[in-house]
Design a protein around this ligand. Sequence first.
Ligand SMILES: Cc1cc2nc3c(=O)[nH]c(=O)nc-3n(C[C@H](O)[C@H](O)[C@H](O)COP(=O)(O)OP(=O)(O)OC[C@H]3O[C@@H](n4cnc5c(N)ncnc54)[C@H](O)[C@@H]3O)c2cc1C
Length: 335
Amino acid sequence: MTDEVHDVVIAGSGMAGLTAAIYAARADLEPLVLEGDEPGGQLTLTTDVENYPGFEDGVEAFELIQETKGQAERFGASYRQLSVEDADLDGRPFTLHLSDGSRLETKAFVVATGASARWVGAENEEILMGNGLSTCATCDGAFHRGDDVLVIGGGDSAMEEAIFLSKFAERVEVVHRREELRASEIMKDRAMDKEEIEFTWNTELLEIYGSEEEGVTGAKLAHHPEGRPKEKLDNPATEEYDVDVGGVFYAIGHDPNTEFLVDTDVVLDDEGYVETLDGRTSETHVDGVFVGGDVTDSFYQQAVTAAGMGCMAAIDAEEWLDELEREEKAEAAAE
Ligand SMILES: Cc1cc2nc3c(=O)[nH]c(=O)nc-3n(C[C@H](O)[C@H](O)[C@H](O)COP(=O)(O)OP(=O)(O)OC[C@H]3O[C@@H](n4cnc5c(N)ncnc54)[C@H](O)[C@@H]3O)c2cc1C
C-alpha cells in the first residue's frame, strides 16, 4: 500500500511540466511535480533564450525556469527530484514507482518527460553544450551570423538544420559518417541546392575546441575512405584533422523519455513518442493520462510549444477530474 494519493502528478519539470503545474495549481489541485534527473529540462542545456514571448531582450534559460517554477509553487505546486521508473496504469488510482524505491498513487497523471537529443560523444561536448554547441538550429542558429558551422548527421533533421542555418552562417558543413545520406530525396535536394551548404562524407567528429567563455572555436574530425572512421582510428587510412568553426549542431535524433510507459496501454509511435487519442488534445489512449511537450511532439520541440501543450494537459486533466467527481457523486447518490 502507498500512503499518498494525489489528484494530479506531473512527470517532468521542463517547460511543459512546469506550465502544467501552474495551471493545475491554480485549479487548486496541488500538483506534485516529479522533476526527473534533469530539473528544468532541456533548457538547462542552453544559456540565452531569445524566442520565448514576453522578453524583449531575451531571457536567461535558468531564470526562465526558476521563475516558472516559482510561479507554480506560489499557487501550491510541490516538487520532488525523483523519476518515474514504472507506471501501473491498469488500476485506479494509478500507481507510480519512483527512483528512490517509493511509490505513490494519483488519480490523473500528466506525462511531460521530454525527448533527449542524442549526443555524439565527442570530447568537450559537456562543457560546450549551450556555448556554441547545440542540438537545436531553430533555437540557436541566429547566434551564428557569419560563422562557419558544422552539422553532424545525415537524416532529414540534419538537412532541415543545415537549411535553416544557411540563412545565418557563412558556410554550413554537413558531416556524415557514411557516403550516403539517410535523408529523403526531397530534403537532400533542397540542402544540396544551397550554395552555403557543403557535405563532408565518411567523416566523424572527435573533439570540439573552445571554452564556456569564448564558445566553440574549432573541431577535430576523422575521415576514413570507407566511412565510420571512429571504428578505425588505428587504421593508417584514417586521417584526423582540425577545422575552424564557430558552432557545432548535433542532428542525430532524439530519444523520447517514455521507457516507463512501454508496458502500459499508453500508445507510443515507432520512435517512442506518446500518441494522443485524436492527435489534437492531450488525451492519451489511457483515460486519465495526459501528455504535453516534446515527449509527444517530434516536430516543433520548442519551449513555447512545450509550455502550450503543458497548459492543455493540465486543463484536460482538470476537466477529467471534475467529470470523475460528478460520476462518483452520482454513483453514491444512487446507492
Ligand atoms: C541546447 C538547447 C537549446 C535550446 N534552446 C531553445 C531556445 O532558445 N528556445 C526554445 O524555445 N527552445 C529551445 N530548446 C528546446 C527546448 O529546450 C525544448 O523544446 C523544451 O525544453 C521541451 O520542454 P519539455 O518540458 O517538453 O521537455 P524537457 O525540457 O526535455 O523536460 C523533460 C523533463 O522530464 C524529466 N524526466 C525525464 N524522464 C523522467 C521520468 N522518467 N520521470 C520523471 N521526470 C522525467 C526531465 O528531468 C526533465 O525535467 C533548446 C534545446 C536545447 C537542447
